[in-house]
Structure formats: structure tokens, C-alpha cells
Design a protein around this ligand. Sequence first.
Ligand code: FAD
Length: 471
Amino acid sequence: MIKQNILKELQLIVGKENVLSSPEDLVCYSYDAAALQAGNLPDATVLPGSTEEVVNLMHLATAEGIKVVPRGAGTGLTGGTIPIEGGIIIQLTRMNRILEIDSHNLTATVEPGVITSTLHSAVEQVGLFYPPDPASANVSTIGGNVAESAGGLRGLKYGTTKDYVLGLETVLASGEVLVTGGKTVKNVAGYDLTKLLVGSEGTLCIFTKIILRLIPLPETKRTLLAIYPNFQDAASSVSDIIANRILPCTLEFLDKMTINSVESYIHIGLPRDAEAILLIEVDGSKGNVEWEAEKIIEICSRHQPLEVKLALTPSEAMSLTLARRSAFPSLARLRPTTLLEDIAIPPSRLAEMLSEINRIVKKHNIQVGTFGHAGDGNLHLVCVTDERDEEEIKRVEAAMDEVLEVTLKLEGTIAGEHGIGLTKIRFLPWQIKPSGLKVMKMIKEGFDPQNILNPGKIFTKDSPETLSQSH
Ligand SMILES: Cc1cc2nc3c(=O)[nH]c(=O)nc-3n(C[C@H](O)[C@H](O)[C@H](O)COP(=O)(O)OP(=O)(O)OC[C@H]3O[C@@H](n4cnc5c(N)ncnc54)[C@H](O)[C@@H]3O)c2cc1C
């Protein structure tokens, strides 16, 4: 329960209408898109409208020892915005202005609350392109994307958020403003603090302004669908496309369970009896795109597909893209609880990883739909279950532990694009050696000695050495 004098101070800083403290409001800020984590209420949620207000909030928090959780749209999938130690949530969605689109320097300067797809549309109107494209782009904020270094559908060819952040204005736990980077592509003045802060999951600072790199909008694109009777052939096609030096901007994989749940959800005529499909998009100059599309049809045809087809109209292409964007929401409708795993392996290990996933799912008798950004080796396993069934949840957890073990054996990572947050804390020491964890903790302590910013995320209070020995 928040003290009345603190509530008054918060109201003085951001205005009475921008402080939420009723029980109904607090419940809404107790969870995000991660399952099985709800139940911790914040003491209040505040919506600042400027950097100065964020500065004043952090001065108050530091003076009073109040924990602070930054929050964008709450679409995070690892519980990063859950206020596990109470305190205040700083919701940045009021700071939602695109401050500048600079066509001469190919940059956009934005506030953190800008919705990702709003930025996409704004820059595309002037012939520019901001490639990072999480499937949640219609809802997620740029601040949340930067805090998670979000990936998305165009990662293979264009990289992820970290490849597009040139500079940041941030507010530290102490209330000090830290500015990093700038508008230049080249910048090696001291340590690269911009890169350090991208992906820091709200634990090191609050982003209040972000300078992003833009590129010219590709002239055209083509969308293809390849349908397979087994997943190995789909996986071999992915490796073969990349080995042939073709980088589609999108190369997405959907397994049979996902195909069927998407089809039942949006009814676009996906082949229900296929074991796997690939959704492929190539973009660039017209001549090159036509050549790449033809080459991809040729490569996919070598791997015994049931069919490979080119979308002939823009609306056909849009339905295929929609199919991929609907994968997670369509699976989430199937049962009361949805647990999502986010792993990445080198793309050449895709077939092995998919075989292992199938083996593990059968062994533990659980329901999993697998889909993902196959081109960059990033797979999402959506386990549909029921958190009230303790016995089933135990099987699900054992299966997911095994999936992560196999991922590491295949030279992969336990977190491709959704961060560590709360849900993956236990697994970080499986991948990061004690020396790495020690340095990460030193960085956290340097930035936030009072442990005020998003406490309990990425690390536990235990020492890293103890954690790494537990596995
Ligand atoms: C249907 C669906 C599809 C998705 N698809 C993808 C995908 O394809 N690729 C992908 O990478 N992710 C995906 N996600 C996950 C999620 O959308 C991303 O992690 C996104 O970047 C989160 O943005 P947000 O604004 O919702 O952030 P939030 O969930 O509000 O916050 C996420 C983290 O960022 C921190 N944070 C937020 N704003 C700030 C700020 N201004 N300063 C400092 N820290 C801040 C929070 O403390 C938290 O730790 C998906 C989620 C859903 C629900």
C-alpha cells in the first residue's frame, strides 16, 4: 500500500490524472503477456509526459527507496514488466511522439511510447524503411523493443533492433540523464554504451528518446508459400536457400499444429494435412526480386514439397503474412494456459532441433505448436496447457528444460528475442559462465547501486557461481 504523501508527490510530478492507484487499475498492471506469473500488484502506476517528469520520478524513487518498473505496451513474453517487489510502474505510452524523420541522415528520433507499426508507416510514407518487425508490431512500443532488442520476421536479412539503435537519451536510477551515441553511423568515442543498454530489459535505465537508423524502402517484394509432407524437408529447404546465398527478408516456419490452429482462426485456406509450411518473402529491386523468387521455387522444389506457390495478388500476400502473425494468438485460444519458449540455433541445425522437439513433446505427452523465424534459426514453441493441472505443468516444465538443454548442445541460445525477464532467470547460468554473470552483475550494480530499477529481473539474488553449479 502506497503512503499518501508519496502518492501526492507522484501526482505533483505527472498530474493527478496520470497516477493510477485504484485496485482495478493495479490489477491491470500486475501482468504482461507471459503466462503463470500474475499476482504481484504495483503500489501505483504513473504515466509521465516528458523526460523531465521521468527525472523527477527517479529522484523521488531514489530518495524514498521505491522500486520502479518501466513499461511500454506490456506485450513482453518473459514477465519483464511484472512488479514482483511492488513499487511504481512507469508507463511510457504518453511519450509517443515521432520527433523527427531525417531523410538527409536516414534517422528517426522518437519517444519510447511510439507504437512500432506507427513508425513503420510514417517512415514508409517518405520512402524509408525501419526493418525490425516483431509480430506484435501493431501493439508493442519502440521503447519496449529497444529494452528487449526485439527481433521479428525480417531478422535474417535485416538484423534486429540492436542493429538500428544509433543513440539514446535515458534516465538513470539516480535521476541523472545519460545520453549515448548520436546520429552518426560511425561513433567510437569511449565504450559503446548504446549497445550495452539495448536489451537491458528496464534494469539499467529508462529510455526517453531513441535515435534509429533507417534504410531506403525496398522497391518491391514477392511472397511465397511452400507446403511439405514432413518437417525435415521444410528444414532442408531453409538451409539450402541460405547456402545458395539468398537472404529472404522473411523465412517463417509453421508446423502442423500451428497451421491448423491458424486456419481455424483466420480461415485463409492453409493446407490442414501438411506437416510444415514455409512462408517466404523476398524484397529489393524488381529484377532481383523476380530472380530470387524463381530461384527459391527451384530450391524448394528439390525437397519434395506438396506444393510451392507464389502469391499473385497483394491481398493473397497479405493473408500469408497474417497467417504468421496469427500463429501465437491462434494457439493461445486452444487451452486456458499458453507457455511460450523462445530459442535460437544456427540455421543449419534446424532439422536436428525440430526432430528433438518432436521427440521431447512425444516423450512428455504435451501439446506444442512450433513456429518461428526459421531463416535465422529462431523457433517458438507454444505449449498449450492448463495451469490448474499440476501434474501436466510438471511434464511441461520437464519438457521445456530438455528443449533448452538440447538447444545449448546444438550451439544455440536459450533466449532468441524475448529476453530473460522473470521466466528465464533459472536458465541464464546454463548458458552464461560465472565470469560473464559476474560482469553483468557489476554493470547492474554500477548503474543502479540501490537495485531500484526493475529488481528481480535477469538475475536472482543468489550469487552467479552458486547458480551455475546447480545445473
Ligand atoms: C502476439 C505477440 C507476438 C510477439 N512477437 C514478437 C516477435 O516476433 N519478436 C519479438 O522480439 N518479440 C515478440 N513479442 C514480444 C514483445 O512484443 C516484445 O518483447 C516487445 O519488444 C515488447 O514491447 P512492449 O512495448 O510491449 O514492452 P513491455 O512488455 O511493456 O516491456 C518489455 C521490457 O522492456 C522494458 N521497458 C519497456 N519500455 C521501456 C523504456 N522506455 N525504458 C526502459 N525499459 C523499458 C520493461 O521494463 C520490460 O522489461 C511478441 C509478443 C506478443 C504478445
